[in-house]
Design a binder for this molecule. Structure first.
Ligand code: DC
Length: 646
């Protein structure tokens, strides 16, 4: 399984230029395709959903040319697609699927529209019913009311009143609105039931107006598309930044001190999700807004407030409130969010499952979710699941303010924000790490522990985890060479570190893991890739505020590659053998220098020759040879390097 491990964060600030809005991008592409004339679309979102729309338009015979730097030239077809028979695959892109269904149903060709399995579970019956009212021939190929669909040429009876339900997805009304001008005559749409997600209809109307079609709106119940409406290219169209994507960064600023500014949306935006900023302000965040920017900082008191909020107007951005709620001083209730259940996944259920993994108390209902934070967040070893839902992945990145976090299958962000995690890393400050690597008996353990104590930071003796694994395997009667079984033991280790004490299953094992026999066993199990993988996140979980000093073989290269200070600590093998000998004698253990020397040489060889994470000085590590240095001098050098890095 693919995953990304996020370190615990200390703060967030800076500026992010947002990728283009998904909703605006796909609407602009379709209208540019339908329009008379050539449109240059600038700042288009480059993501899975827009890629599906671009592919579909190309299949339908629309001329689309990539100009580079997020710009595209679309040669409009003036309402009549050149290709009359085609099969379109639209992935999980709801915005493309719904709007193309409506458009193609009125276009007079023979088309099939399919998507990924989840797309086939997302309802489309209300739109199909509305299209059938004007004579369109649309067949649900598998299950009535759901994709995949087949559209055949039909006698369209334009004009009159079309009724459409508005309480499942506003994308049905959007599709119908954008398609009806193709009939050329006046048409009236009547919305049945409460219209949800109204701000998305505002985006639709504003985009249609940009292409010359003015819909007359009577409240949110009746929409009249005037006779003779024709889409005409406005020439150049700039796509606004994505207001839903802005929500993650604004929340980061509100949780992590800030100020964090997003550029690309602001007061003048046509996207309803900019009102997320108001919701954040209700939670106590300090929010400022300009024409095309918004900035958020933490409340003066430091802590966000729990709120109760109707989220009908910000259905997508409201998900971000659910994880921001983990950092509030009381429970948060998000109401009127039934549409979450028919999105990329059942978002209410998914959100509840994953928030519970972090230790929050969560209550879910048909159309609401209530989140009550309960003290420190947990770091679930199994990771946070993302359900192939880009917003789940982005929302849960915020939780890393409370604990190190593994996010499974983070690639789903490509739906709307392919480089989200790079941008996220660019504006957040993780807990700092000093990584000290080196061969056996180089004194890393002593130095790392002292540096941690001077700084008041946490300390990770990663070798102890390999030693504990070897001991636990031995006690379970598992051979050190049995990779799968030893990895299982490593994954399930029940250990507790506190000060100098190491407990396994409640028993003190600090001495038991230091014998020469267990040292050899540790070296053997450490060469098994599955064991290293099983211990990776467990090591990263030690990176807690205010900082971590970690010692081992691959701290700087594999476990904490972003460590601000990396040191390769070594000493000649003779000096190391003498140190180990003295250590054993001091502890009253029997010792002999020759076998220690031989054993160290063998272990150096094995640790540096193994295929996974071998011991080697990485290019960005500072070399420190301690053969002739005292412990105090070594500690001073390490502290000086770490000061330079901060
Ligand atoms: O540092 P130590 O002697 O306690 O380590 C015990 C064994 O574990 C040693 O053979 C090297 C291995 N090890 C490793 O492979 N990677 C680490 N990060 C730490 C230790």
């Amino acid at each position: 399984m693919d995953y990304i491990d996020l370190p615990e964060l200390l703060s967030a600030q800076g500026m992010v230029r947002l990728p283009g809005s998904k909703s605006i991008s796909n609407r602009v592409l379709l209208l540019a395709a339908l329009a008379e004339g050539v449109t240059e679309v600038r700042d288009l979102l480059e993501s899975d959903d827009t890629a599906r729309m671009l592919e579909a338009l190309a299949v339908l015979g629309v001329g689309v040319e990539a100009l580079g730097d997020h710009a595209y030239r679309v040669s409009g077809i003036g309402g009549d697609f050149p290709v009359k028979q085609a099969s379109l695959f639209l992935g999980n892109a709801g915005t493309a699927f719904r709007s193309l269904t409506a458009t193609l149903a009125l276009a007079g060709g023979h088309y099939t529209l399919t998507g990924i399995p989840r797309m086939h579970e997302r309802p489309i019956g209300d739109l199909v019913d509305a299209l059938r009212q004007v004579g369109a021939d649309v067949t649900c190929l598998e299950k009535e009311g759901f994709p995949p669909l087949e559209i055949r040429p039909a006698e369209i009876r334009p004009g009159g009143v079309v009724k459409i339900r508005g309480d499942v997805s506003s994308q049905f009304l959007t599709g119908l609105l954008m398609a009806l001008p193709l009939t050329g005559v006046e048409a009236t749409i009547e919305v049945v039931g409460e219209l949800i997600s109204k701000p998305y209809i505002e985006i639709t109307l504003a985009t249609m107006a940009r292409f010359g079609v003015q819909v007359v709106r009577d409240g949110w119940q009746r929409f009249v598309v005037p006779a003779g409406s024709v889409y005409r290219s406005p020439g150049v169209v700039y796509v606004e930044g994505d207001a839903s994507s802005a929500s993650y960064f604004l929340a980061l600023g509100a949780i992590g001190k800030g100020p964090l500014r997003v550029k690309g949306v602001g007061r003048d935006s046509i996207q309803g999700d900019v009102r997320f900023a108001e919701a954040l302000a209700l939670m106590g965040a300090r929010v400022e807004m300009g024409p095309n920017w918004i900035e958020a900082s933490a409340p003066v008191s430091g802590a966000l407030k729990g709120v109760e909020l109707d989220c009908n107007h910000i259905p997508d951005a409201a998900m971000t409130l659910a994880t921001a709620a983990l950092f509030a001083d009381g429970p948060t209730t998000l109401k009127n969010i039934a549409s979450w259940r028919v999105k990329e996944t059942d978002r209410i259920a998914a959100m509840a499952n994953e928030l519970r993994k972090l230790g929050a108390d969560v209550e879910e209902g048909a159309d609401y979710i209530r989140i009550a934070p309960r003290g420190a967040l947990l770091s679930p070893v199994c990771g946070i699941d993302t359900y192939d839902d880009h917003r789940m992945a982005m929302c849960f990145s915020l939780a890393s303010f409370g604990a190190p976090l593994r996010v499974n299958e983070p690639g789903c962000v490509a739906k709307t924000f392919p480089d989200y995690f790079e941008r996220f890393a660019g504006v957040t400050q993780p807990v700092p790490v000093i990584a000290i690597d080196g061969p056996s008996a180089s004194g890393k353990g002593t130095i790392a522990a002292r540096v941690a104590s001077v700084l008041g930071w946490h300390f990770l003796d990663s070798g102890a985890l390999y030693r504990l694994t070897a001991l636990a395997a031995q006690r379970a009667g598992v051979a050190w060479s049995d990779e799968a079984a030893v990895a299982g033991i490593a994954a399930g280790l029940d250990v507790e570190f506190s000060g100098d004490s190491i407990r396994m299953g409640g028993e003190e094992v600090g001495e038991a893991i230091r014998t020469e026999e267990i040292s050899s066993g540790a070296s053997l199990v450490a060469a098994l890739p599955a064991v290293r993988a099983a211990l990776l996140f467990r090591q990263r979980m030690f990176r807690r505020a205010p900082g971590l000093v970690a010692d081992g073989r691959d701290m700087g290269s594999v476990v904490f590659p972003d460590a601000g200070t990396k040191i390769f600590l070594t000493a000649s093998v003779e000096v190391r053998a003498k140190r180990r000998y003295k250590q054993l004698i001091d502890k009253g253990m029997p010792a002999n220098i020759e076998p220690i020397l031989l054993d160290l040489r063998a272990r150096d060889e094995r640790d540096s020759q193994r295929s996974v994470a071998p011991l080697q000085q990485s290019a960005d590590a500072n070399l420190l040879d301690t053969s002739d240095l005292s412990i105090e001098n070594t500690v001073e050098r390490v502290l000086a390097w770490s000061k330079m890095a901060s």
